[in-house]
Design a protein around this ligand. Structure first.
Ligand SMILES: Cc1cc2nc3c(=O)[nH]c(=O)nc-3n(C[C@H](O)[C@H](O)[C@H](O)COP(=O)(O)OP(=O)(O)OC[C@H]3O[C@@H](n4cnc5c(N)ncnc54)[C@H](O)[C@@H]3O)c2cc1C
Length: 398
């Protein structure tokens, strides 16, 4: 494995840093899940996305015909790392546009779907904002048990049921959704299909679900005879589960971006201890050093996955390994950081303007969201099960 970036790659990294200087407020720290919660930060994210799209950086590794620049996996990794470190907002186009809808459509969508939807995402068009409807009230980890039903009637499907935890649905133009299309199946993983649903469809109701800290990230969706054209079926009818596995792998990849965002908060924390004098204390030094080792390990694992991709290898358990690893590290960094800043961590996480808030409230914010991060895209336990099964060859866990 080659650990050094080429001169050209390093130059590209510098270009991104110039972009950050020119387009973002000085000292800006990104908070995960922050973009969706407040209208000004959403608007700012969309404006940044537009500028990235003009440089073809929003979807840098997509083919040129779909609005990318055909960049290598390493260039994409540099972009992802820098996005994480500097907290560059708006890069997902909703929760899912750039991250898994675009890649999935390019992998198994029809030509018509690719031409219609993918360029809108790459251009940061408001019509390229997506949310994802997988989870249901009784189907989370056991997603294949989902019940929302799409019945084929003529050249349409009629959808009835409910989805929950739908991040960003209040901003999205399109929904990437999985439904049951057959009930008479031997195994629950059979008879599922993926669809593109217009968020402005008649019969589709979006209810906000407020988080523990008062933010609006999530929604619940109710489908009452929602009509979807048959051409919005993605992939093969009733084979949605195998398509979904590929989309979930896209969703769980990109550990280098998460490591980038953790590294930034770590660097800020180290600076804070220098200024507060805590850096002199042996116990604080031990904890920070421990975190530094974890971060370096997580970065190397992320790089290893990219190195495999660049060699043309197919990833199986690696995205799950890296998600489980960064889930745990996110919680650890926020817990240690909260201990270090002490009582200042008790300030309302939404009071960014308070003079008592330290490090822009990043640690408190990350602490609250670490619980959600460990659930989103499949829980940490689910990722461990995948590593056990596909990485170690252990028997499937139920
Ligand atoms: C921030 C965030 C964003 C989200 N965004 C979306 C979204 O946009 N769209 C969407 O569809 N969903 C979204 N979700 C929902 C997410 O996919 C589910 O929360 C997740 O799949 C877990 O399901 P659950 O919450 O029902 O937990 P459960 O499945 O009920 O799990 C509860 C606990 O039991 C454990 N567990 C369950 N089964 C097993 C097993 N077989 N082995 C070991 N442990 C097990 C889990 O690890 C977990 O600790 C989001 C969630 C969060 C937190």
């Amino acid at each position: 494995m080659e650990f050094r970036f080429t001169e050209k790659e390093e130059q590209f990294r510098q270009q991104i840093r110039i972009f950050v200087k020119e387009n973002m407020p000085r000292g800006f720290i990104g908070h995960r899940f922050w973009d969706e919660q407040h209208q000004p930060s959403w608007d700012f994210g969309m404006a940044i996305a537009k500028k990235l799209a003009e440089n073809k950086w929003l979807t840098i590794n997509w083919p040129k015909e779909y609005g990318g620049m055909g960049a290598s996996n390493w260039e994409k990794a540099i972009m992802t790392e820098e996005v994480g470190y500097w907290g560059i907002p708006g890069t997902s186009m909703g929760i899912s546009g750039t991250r898994w809808v675009g890649p999935s459509l390019m992998a198994y969508g029809t030509e018509e779907q690719k031409k219609k939807y993918v360029p809108l995402i790459a251009a940061a068009d408001p019509d390229g904002v997506w949310c994802t409807g997988y989870s249901e009230p009784d189907s989370g980890t056991d997603l294949a048990s989902l019940q929302t039903y799409a019945e084929r009637v003529g050249d349409e499907y009629i959808i009835n049921g409910q989805k929950v935890w739908t991040s960003c649905a209040h901003h999205a133009r399109w929904l990437w959704m999985i439904c049951r299309t057959r009930r008479d199946v031997q195994k629950k993983h059979q008879g599922l299909s993926l669809f593109i649903v217009d968020m402005q469809s008649k019969g589709l109701k979006v209810n906000p679900l407020k988080t523990i800290i008062g933010g609006h990230v999530f929604n619940e969706l109710f489908f009452d005879d929602v009509r979807v054209p048959a051409k919005n079926l993605v992939g093969i009818e009733n084979k949605g589960w195998s398509h979904l596995m590929q989309s979930l792998a896209f969703e769980r990849s990109g550990a280098v971006g998460i490591v980038g965002s953790l590294q930034r908060i770590f660097d800020e924390l180290v600076q804070y201890t220098r200024e507060s004098g805590q850096f002199e204390q042996a116990d604080i030094q031990q904890q920070l050093t421990d975190l530094a080792i974890d971060l370096e390990g997580a970065r190397m694992l992320g790089y290893e996955a990219i190195w495999k991709l660049e060699r043309g290898e197919k990833l199986t358990y690696e995205p799950s390994r890296d998600k489980a690893n960064t889930d745990v590290l996110t919680e650890k960094l926020s817990r240690i950081g909260m201990d270090i800043i002490g009582a200042y961590s008790q300030i309302d996480v939404n009071s960014k303007e308070s003079p008592w808030t330290k490090i822009d409230g990043a640690l408190e914010h990350m602490y609250y969201h670490s619980m959600g991060i460990a659930l989103a895209a499949g829980t940490t336990d689910t990722q461990r099960n995948i590593v056990g099964q596909f990485g170690l060859g252990l028997p499937r866990s139920y």
